[in-house]
Design a binder for this molecule. Structure first.
Ligand code: CP
Ligand code: NVA
Length: 307
């Protein structure tokens, strides 16, 4: 049996592979919009394991798998033996004998890596404390769809250097663009934790307005990610000046886009006038989670499909 092709962080895939996924996304999305049936994963099963809450990730994988002709099983660790201490290695052995692909949303990256090492089938990261690769597949695809190539462009990341930020930084290395990151002091990017090869594709700015200057895309995320709720109050104080508002968008290029992985907190990391404004593409971004993940499911289960 060939080794399964896992997608545990964005850099697990080469630029060529991600470009293949984007070509397939375009094709799959067009067919879907024309109501044309495409069932390459008929009789295949996806198991989705969630240790944290989700709306978009669960729905986009579940709907996407059904649209590809397959089945999706939702699994919450709270009501499974995983939540009662069954070793992740044992769970991986068992679960991966009963399905064709697994998606996991969990806490530490180490958990998904251990699962993948013992899995007979491909494992997809649906968000860990460290990374959110499926999100950035959709984000880059959305940028390309709206504006063309992202190569050489500037992305401003305003706020927490969290899982989504780290994945943007990996994307910058893969696609050769620059990220201007602005975080409050003590929340700066740690290149090792972000899984970066170098510091060449990003620059840190103490002032978020300066990070936004001249950007082609401005993006942000919640101040407190899932699993870090105990830090909520301290973060609310530290991040006060890191809200993307109209004045900050005004520092970016006039045709700059605004993205947010969602869920958003209006009045915290983003002003309503921005997320609900004309430069915002957050709904397209959310929809593209499904289309890009359908291409991803096709690729990890069937390999390179052309058609
Ligand atoms: N962006 C994202 O992953 O959303 P959910 O937490 O709703 O899945
Ligand atoms: N950074 C956020 C993303 C949610 C989709 C979190 O991890 O909670």
């Amino acid at each position: 049996m060939a080794d399964p092709r896992h997608f545990l962080q964005l850099k697990d895939f080469s630029r060529d592979e991600i470009e293949h996924l984007f070509a397939r996304t375009r094709w799959i999305k067009e067919r879907f919009k024309r109501y044309e049936r495409y069932w390459p994963l008929a009789d295949r099963t996806l198991v989705m394991i969630f240790e944290k809450a989700s709306t978009r990730t669960r729905l986009s994988f579940e709907a996407g798998m059904q649209q590809l002709g397959g089945f999706a099983i939702y699994f919450n660790t709270r009501d499974s033996q995983l939540g009662r201490g069954e070793p992740v290695e044992d769970a991986a052995q068992v679960i991966s004998r009963m399905c064709d692909v697994v998606m996991i949303r969990t806490f530490e990256q180490d958990i998904i890596e251990r699962f993948a090492r013992h899995s007979r089938v491909p494992v997809i990261n649906g968000l860990t404390n460290e990374y959110h690769p499926c999100q950035i597949l959709a984000d880059i695809y959305t940028y390309i769809e709206q504006r063309g190539s992202i190569r050489g462009k500037t992305v401003a990341w305003i706020g927490d250097s969290n899982n989504v930020c780290s994945t943007w930084l990996q994307a910058a290395e893969i696609f050769d663009f620059t990220v201007h990151v602005s975080t409050p002091p003590k929340y700066e990017v740690e290149p090792d934790r972000a899984g970066l090869y170098s510091t060449d594709h990003y620059e840190q700015f103490p002032d978020p307005m300066e990070a936004a200057r001249g950007a082609d895309l401005v993006t942000t995320d919640v101040w407190t990610s899932m699993g870090f709720e105990a830090e909520n109050e301290a973060r609310r104080r530290a991040f006060q000046d890191w809200q993307v508002d109209a004045e900050m968008m005004g520092m970016a290029k006039p045709d700059a886009l605004f993205m947010h992985c969602l869920p958003a907190h209006r009045g915290e990391e983003v002003a309503a006038e921005v997320i609900d404004g004309e430069q915002s593409v957050v709904w397209e971004e959310a929809e593209n989670r499904m289309h890009t993940q359908k291409a991803l499911l096709e690729y990890v289960v069937l390999g390179r499909v052309t058609g």
